[in-house]
Design a protein around this ligand. Structure first.
Ligand code: 6GU
Length: 228
């Protein structure tokens, strides 16, 4: 997979992709993440990428020309399965979307800033609009990083234990069960006995029941979706 990210502050994301699982995923050749500075595609001497909103009002709008130049440059090198605009008015990101995007070959993320991009960018280039929740961030960069992390860890081979993504919370609309490690007893509080039994079927049954209970109690909205 290849992920291109267009931003006015690419430096903000550099260190994020240079660490841990995301770094390993790139080093092992499972994914390539390339950051692009939108200002490199500006036509003005001052490398300007925004302008006043037609019709007035507070806040600047990201201009279409630099974005169009950048996207077309990238499209001349490869075709993109999705061109994703990160915006608080997009569709809320979830595990299902992460699963879908992890199966694609080339993804292009455009990070919004200021009052957002000229609507014609959305009409002409964007195939998917994503928000990470109902709150406003100062830019789409952190949101794009969140999505990229959720996507990259699903690519086969990126996680050490390939089955571990399958048992994540949300994969089947159920929250993950409680987990324990040594010591088996801490200040008089013991680990549930079944986990020490070595009886795999019983352990799986216990974990499933715990997942169901947790989801029912903490996330009744999710629980409804399980059909249980
Ligand atoms: Cl994608 N962008 C911004 N600026 N704020 C957000 C967001 C995105 N998702 C939630 N809040």
């Amino acid at each position: 997979m290849r992920i291109d990210i267009i931003s006015v502050v690419p430096k903000l994301m550099e260190s994020f992709f240079a660490h841990s699982i995301l770094k390993r995923g790139q080093e092992a050749g499972h994914v390539e993440v390339v950051l692009h500075d939108l200002r490199d595609y500006s036509l003005s001497k001052q490398r300007q990428v925004d302008d006043y909103a037609f019709g007035g009002g507070a806040g600047m709008v990201m201009s279409i020309e630099p974005i169009a130049r950048c996207i077309r440059h990238l499209q001349s090198e490869r075709s993109y399965d999705e061109i994703i605009y990160m915006t608080p008015d997009g569709d809320t990101f979830n595990q299902q979307t992460a699963n879908y995007l992890s199966l694609q070959g080339n993804l292009l993320f455009l990070c919004g800033h200021y009052k957002g991009v000229d609507q014609r960018v959305r009409d002409m280039f964007v195939t998917k609009e994503i928000s990470i929740g109902d709150y406003v961030l100062s830019g789409g960069e952190l949101a794009a990083a969140v999505c990229a992390d959720a996507i990259i860890r699903l690519i086969p081979g990126v996680l050490n234990d390939e089955t571990s993504a399958l048992t994540d919370s949300f994969q089947d609309n159920l929250l993950a069960p409680p987990v324990y490690t040594r010591p088996a007893e801490f200040e008089g509080i013991a680990v549930p006995e079944v986990l020490l039994s070595g009886h795999e079927a019983k352990i799986n049954e216990w974990r499933f029941e715990q997942s169901v209970e947790r989801t029912r109690n903490k996330r009744p909205d999710l629980f409804k979706k399980t059909g249980l």
